[in-house]
Write a protein of this length. Structure first.
Length: 129
């Protein structure tokens, strides 16, 4: 059994998933990507150490749960798993609602995405020991 931390990245954008997987695999983590929250929830039995979760999921006209709904389900299944929320928006009321629900960090999808994620991941794992 590996002692490398398992990180799930859940984003409907395959490019974001690929970037995160590539970057954090080279940082020494096991990283698995999912294009929907539903797929992530099916894999929760593998006990990820951290979940990076997109806020909005859109795939054509298909209806997917949004990040808030997925977060609620993750909290019911595995209350202790840290969650970092990703979003292309920075609306204060959304961030506030997510903070109330106990997300560990909120990162806006911009040019600093990978660096900001790196800082957040390191801080979360340092806190958890």
């Amino acid at each position: 059994m590996s002692d490398r931390k398992l990180i799930y990245v859940v984003d409907d954008d395959p490019f974001i998933n690929m970037l995160v997987v590539k970057r954090f695999t080279t940082e020494g983590y096991n990283v698995e990507a999912f294009e929907s929250g539903e797929d992530c929830l099916k894999a929760m039995n593998r006990n990820p150490d951290l979940i990076i979760l997109d806020f909005l999921f859109v795939k054509g006209d298909q209806k997917f749960m949004n990040g808030m709904e997925i977060l609620d389900k993750i909290r019911k299944l595995k209350p202790g798993i840290p969650v970092i929320m990703l979003s292309g928006q920075d609306k204060g009321e959304v961030v506030l609602e997510l903070a109330r629900k106990g997300i560990d960090d909120y990162i806006i999808k911009d040019n600093n995405l990978l660096d900001n994620l790196n800082v957040a991941i390191k801080e979360i794992f340092e806190r958890k020991g």
